[in-house]
Design a protein around this ligand. Structure first.
Ligand SMILES: [Zn+2]
Length: 248
């Protein structure tokens, strides 16, 4: 995974060097390039620059694309970013893959399955995750957290109240919290925790991943109702144990 990740960065790095030979417009380092596959609703890719870093999101329908197609796509996206004309041959390579029957079919299916569902599932019966996210982002992160896909879980899970999937840039919140009995500040706390996972990516030490670093925990405790939220967490967990005991 790490290898192919580096390979993707190199492909884009190379496209920058070739399209901007003098380095007059923009010439990022390999380490300043992030490339991710993203479950867009249709066939869609984005590239943007923020604070000197390049963020690329490729449709996950391209995950199995041959190397020369990814390379062609890199040229197209970088050319778009630099307002240059993309090389003709690269455009041809990209198109012949993107418009092949099997890819069009896959993108059709993705559009049908993801399109509306993904958008509407952020808006629950009681709480709208998009609105809560925007508020938290403004209040605690200076608006700097890039909005992931936000969605209520399909099942009413009690064991996992929130989850951040870095690979797909998705935050899922358990539907159990989308209820009038659940105070809004508790939903905020759970979403705040998951947003911290975006701000503080996992650290890898001796091959192990650490998600809740010291910096993460310190910032988490700055949440105004942090203590109260811990009591609520206990409350939700206890309820789960009671339910389990009853079922047993
Ligand atoms: Zn966590």
């Amino acid at each position: 995974m790490a290898q192919s990740d580096l390979h993707l960065k190199r492909v884009f790095y190379d496209a920058f060097r070739r399209l901007d030979r003098g380095g007059r417009r923009f010439q990022p380092e390999v380490t300043a390039i992030e490339v991710r596959f993203y479950p867009y609703a249709g066939l869609h890719h984005t590239i943007r620059v923020r604070a000197g870093r390049v963020y690329v999101r490729l449709s996950d329908l391209f995950q199995a694309a041959p190397p020369e197609v990814i390379r062609a796509l890199a040229f197209l996206l970088v050319a778009r970013l630099l307002s240059r004309k993309a090389p003709r041959d690269q455009e041809r390579i990209y198109r012949s893959y993107a418009f092949s029957p099997q890819l069009l079919r896959a993108s059709d299916i993705a559009r049908r399955q993801r399109g509306r569902k993904v958008i509407s599932s952020a808006n629950g019966q009681v709480y709208d995750l998009e609105r809560i996210f925007a508020r938290l982002n403004r209040r605690y992160f200076d608006g700097k957290i890039e909005k992931p896909v936000l969605t209520w879980s399909k099942r009413r899970a009690r064991s996992i109240l929130g989850h951040h999937d870095a690979a797909h840039e998705t935050i899922t919140i358990s539907k159990i919290l989308d209820a009038r009995e659940c105070p809004e500040w508790f939903v905020e706390y759970i979403l705040f925790h998951e947003m911290l996972h975006i701000k503080h990516p996992a650290r890898i030490v001796n091959g192990r991943r650490y998600y809740h670093t010291v910096a993460f925990r310190a910032e988490e405790q700055s949440f105004p109702r942090y203590q109260h939220a811990q009591e609520w967490l206990d409350h939700v967990v206890r309820k789960r144990q009671e339910l389990r005991a009853r079922a047993a």
